[in-house]
Write a protein that binds this ligand. Sequence first.
Ligand SMILES: C[S@@+](CC[C@H](N)C(=O)[O-])C[C@H]1O[C@@H](n2cnc3c(N)ncnc32)[C@H](O)[C@@H]1O
Length: 272
Amino acid sequence: MITEADYKKLRDVLYRRTGIDLDMKRFKILKPKLEKLMREMGYDNFRSFFHDYRFKKNKEVEQALLNTVTINETYFYREKHQFESLVNDVLYQIDKIRPKDEVIRILCAPSSTGEEPYSIALHLLDEGKLIEKRDFEIVGIDIDSNVIKKAQKGIFTKRSIQYVPPHILKEYFTQRGMSYEIADFLKEAVEFKVVNVMDKFAMKKLGKFDVIFSRNMLIYFNDESRRKVAMTFYEMLKPKGVVFLGHAESMSRIVSVFKTAKSGSSIYYIKD
Ligand SMILES: C[S@@+](CC[C@H](N)C(=O)[O-])C[C@H]1O[C@@H](n2cnc3c(N)ncnc32)[C@H](O)[C@@H]1O
């Protein structure tokens, strides 16, 4: 039902709106998924499905399409040296320059199913000293509404929690059969929202942040989308706020407005 030419049309619009690149290599895998989605949504031809997506005639089509094509791989304590640099070094530097009663705000854009923002919360709890003297707010956003629902539920697989240290697992998770549920107070402490990072208006509505984690998303974007998102992050950061990217990503290749810094083996970027 969906041809390569149809897929290319879809690819163009999706890329412009979200930065997500539907690689031609994924055509074979995505074709049956997209056809199933079309059938389930009552479309018997690509033309009308694409028309409704393109002209935003049906919001459900757009969300269902996004939920089908995103790649959501994530796990707790992924590249944990960055969380260690955050709680043992970077946050102490930020703490020194912020008024004593100001909340320190951390954004994970994107959060996928929540392992990254929860890992930050767990590192803060484990470090202990900072959260005794400061309030923290952690926000996770993603364009995929299914992963945001999963993040809010806070139930994870064994594979996802495999790198969580045993003492943390014991204290903050409850095992239920094959699943691990994170403590309720942590679910309440981390806020999750469906937001497209390319939507500058929706991003700015989230407010100003001290730290932005944006790992393993920009690698899939083209240069122009990367630049746009990097500049949105820049505007959303408080003075001297910082960005952490994934290990394959580098801000200096995207924009020149950030100063590069190092903490242990972690590179991060400071709003200058
Ligand atoms: C591979 S996951 C990365 C999750 C986590 N940051 C990590 O590194 O483990 C990439 C996520 O980016 C999200 N994403 C892709 N394009 C997006 C956009 N335009 N706005 C918000 N999230 C997006 C996808 O839905 C997916 O959940």
